[in-house]
Design a protein around this ligand. Structure first.
Ligand SMILES: NC(=O)c1ccc[n+]([C@@H]2O[C@H](COP(=O)([O-])OP(=O)(O)OC[C@H]3O[C@@H](n4cnc5c(N)ncnc54)[C@H](O)[C@@H]3O)[C@@H](O)[C@H]2O)c1
Length: 378
């Protein structure tokens, strides 16, 4: 193994910018060296910020891997390209940092897991909230019995997305593209972290941990997939997990995961690494926690073999939920007089579903789906 591992990045625009920004200080500090970047859009326009001109550039990962032997390949490309690109990277002998959702189906999941094992390589999935010590804090406090016996897990997110979000790429807002499963629904892509973090808090991350999934999807926007969805996940030897999320909120809220107990509750604001513990007769206690970047976590794993914070195997339960959403009922179309269209600058617009925040909270309170709560949107 090279003393300083080399890294290649597939997908340099979009979320790839975040990899360029995170790699810049790490390359300056000598913890990584560039092997190259691959993106079919590299020839278009100026080089993205943070990509030095001397880094070898390729139109696709296969060409890069034909000339370079990166120790690590980071993949920040559209969802339906992940499995093929990760397979190429693993077969070349690299460890992989694979953006979420790692794959868009159970077959791909099993195949990639087997391949990584056969190649003796590691796959870190880009659920960055799993690098947070806030997660360990919640799990420890719950295991200590701080909130009594656990009665339920939930997660919710109310975000706002404009039309331009759904038109930015051909795969955006799609369930499928040709033969490929895309899975760009609210809980499988933008708010996938809520699902994965809740499963991690519950300690139920493997394929076998998910017993049943009830999916209740809606769409407010003019897209193929769902943007307002609730799900009840039955977990092995565990209380249920209720998920409720929308991209048609009036204003963006902070997504969270909740553990309810007989004595109190813990809320994890997973994008902020903040935990709020509520016990009867005490003011809420708020704590802030550090997080490790998943690139650094992979480096440490390569050095001393410590377990990854977000290994592919731990995306099993998430992938089962994704599979249930993708192969479940088609999203029900919210009727035009149930939502409002809000004009935005530059000809953009967004759709807002009045009352959706209340419906999200009601779903969590009643531990039911939106339809189970009697929403009247269609
Ligand atoms: N972890 C997070 O918080 C977070 C946030 C946003 C997006 N993401 C993930 O990042 C990934 C990319 O999302 P995006 O919105 O940036 O997508 P995007 O469509 O903007 O694509 C990103 C880049 O990948 C390139 N690309 C497409 N096919 C490729 C291929 N076969 N090989 C190499 N490059 C290719 C595109 O040209 C583009 O430059 C997705 O998996 C998404 O879920 C993660």
């Amino acid at each position: 193994m090279n003393p300083v591992p080399t890294i290649a990045l597939a997908g340099v625009h979009g979320y790839g910018h975040s990899y360029l920004a995170r790699l810049r200080p790490r390359i300056a500090a000598g913890t990584f060296r560039w092997a190259g970047v691959a993106d079919p859009r590299l020839g278009v326009g100026a080089l993205p910020e943070g990509l030095p001109a001397d880094v070898p550039r390729y139109g696709d990962l296969a060409d890069l891997l034909a000339e370079q032997r990166p120790d690590v390949v980071a993949i920040a490309t559209p969802l339906h390209t992940h499995a093929d690109l990760a397979e190429r990277a693993l077969r070349s002998g690299a460890d992989v940092v694979l953006e979420k959702p790692a794959v868009t189906g159970l077959g791909e999941f099993a195949h990639l897991l087997d391949l990584a094992q056969a190649e003796g390589r590691s796959v870190q999935v880009g659920f960055q909230s799993l690098g947070s010590a806030a997660l360990d804090h919640v799990r420890t406090r719950v295991a200590e019995g701080r909130i009594g016996e656990v009665t339920g897990f939930s997660a919710a997110g109310c975000w706002v997305r404009a039309r331009s979000y759904f038109t930015r790429a051909p795969w955006a807002g799609r369930r499928r593209l040709g033969e490929r499963v895309v899975a760009d629904g609210v809980l499988t892509n933008p708010l996938a972290h809520a699902v994965a973090t809740a499963l991690a808090v519950a300690g139920r991350q493997s394929l076998e941990d998910v017993l049943a999934v009830e999916v209740d999807p809606f769409r407010v926007n003019d897209i193929e997939t769902d943007d307002t969805t609730s799900v009840v996940v039955s977990l092995r030897d565990s209380p249920d997990l209720v998920l409720a999320a929308t991209l048609a909120a009036a204003e963006p809220g902070e997504p969270f995961v909740v553990v309810e107990g007989t004595r109190g509750r813990m809320t994890l604001y997973y994008t902020l690494d903040v935990v709020v513990e509520e016990l009867p007769g005490r003011p809420p206690a708020t704590t802030q926690h550090p997080r490790v970047d998943l690139l650094d976590d992979l480096l440490r794993h390569r050095l001393d073999g410590r377990p990854l914070r977000s290994p592919l195997a731990s995306a099993g339960a998430f992938t089962r939920v994704l599979d249930a959403i993708v192969n479940g009922p088609r999203p029900r179309v919210v009727r035009p007089d149930a939502f409002r269209v809000v004009e935005l600058p530059d000809g953009d617009e967004r759709r807002e579903l009045p009352g959706v925040e209340e419906a999200v909270h009601e779903a969590l309170r009643r531990r039911s789906t939106f339809s189970g709560c009697g929403v009247d949107w269609t």
